[in-house]
Write a protein that binds this ligand. Structure first.
Ligand code: TMP
Ligand code: ASP
Length: 265
């Protein structure tokens, strides 16, 4: 056997490490790595609403690859190594901190509802919120007090997470603005990455139209998962539009999964 050749592991024989609502994590080709596989499943309201939207996983894999690569390029540490194929990317194995970090620039979604602020209102400054990642509890919002008291993250880690969140937000706001999109809000997750005896907090999971609110700067059209949450239709077209504007999909590539179109006449 030639040990210099990369070993090919058929999909079915790969060890599944974790399955979430929209992604599966498999064992990676070498220690300390994992393969992140993007599924076509769309869920909302803690998976009470569920649909399979053929091609969504492919688009999110591409968009998340692009955004994580840009973040790596400017020195924001992330788990991302490289995209492997249409649905999968190679990532560093990290210990996920059990928090969803929401960063908001414009009032929308649960903030607008909770505080009675009209959707679309520019916030006086960016707001960072923490949610405890627990499906049984439907991801409750928590404060730094809860996070440190229950040991989900240390005060130092919270500082690191907030510094990362601000950098990611500033960078993504500019990047999206450049292609005519307003970054209303987004959710990110962080993980602990060990390098020898040193631990660093890095950006993990995905950043895609599933985890952001993206509005067209002129029309305010929604180009994100609210199209599914609010039954607006046209999710694939919106995600494809985002990919095209970011320059990661050629103009004549059609959205995945729409199938052949019958030309009448
Ligand atoms: P929210 O307004 O519903 O709290 O959402 C804030 C941001 O977080 C929005 O960009 C959508 C994103 N998000 C997720 O990625 N996953 C979730 O489970 C939820 C509730 C929101
Ligand atoms: N992904 C979440 C769920 O299934 C909710 C959301 O994104 O709105 O519940």
């Amino acid at each position: 056997m030639d040990f210099n050749k990369p070993r090919y592991t058929p999909m079915s024989r790969r060890r599944r490490i974790y399955e979430g609502k929209a992604k599966v994590l498999y064992e990676g080709p070498e220690p300390g790595t994992l393969i992140q596989h993007f599924k076509d499943d769309a869920t909302a309201f803690n998976a009470k609403k569920h649909e399979v939207i053929e091609g969504k996983g492919v688009l999110n894999n591409r968009i998340s690859e692009y955004l994580f690569q840009r973040l790596n390029d400017i020195g924001v540490p992330t788990h991302f190594i490289r995209r492997l194929n249409m649905r999968e990317q190679l990532i560093r194995e990290v210990e996920i901190i059990p928090l969803s970090v929401a960063v908001r620039n414009v009032a929308a979604g649960s903030l607008a509802k909770r505080l009675g602020i009209e959707e679309g209102t520019q916030l006086p400054r960016s707001i960072i919120e923490f949610y405890y990642k627990n499906d049984q509890l439907s991801h409750p919002m928590v404060s730094e007090e809860h996070i440190t008291a229950f040991g989900w993250a240390t005060p130092q880690e919270i500082d690191d997470i907030m510094a990362l969140a601000i950098r990611v937000n500033d960078f993504l706001c500019g990047l999206f603005l450049g292609v005519g999109i307003r970054l209303v809000d987004f959710k990110m997750e962080c993980g602990r990455l060990w390098e020898n005896d040193l631990m660093r907090v890095v950006v993990a999971d995905e950043i895609s139209p599933d985890s952001c609110r993206l509005w067209d700067i002129k029309s305010n059209d929604k180009l994100d998962k609210d199209r599914f949450r609010r039954d607006l239709g046209g999710l694939l077209e919106a995600y494809t539009d985002v990919a095209k504007r970011l320059g990661i999909m050629s103009e004549n590539e059609r959205p995945q999964g729409t199938g052949p179109v019958l030309v009448k006449g």
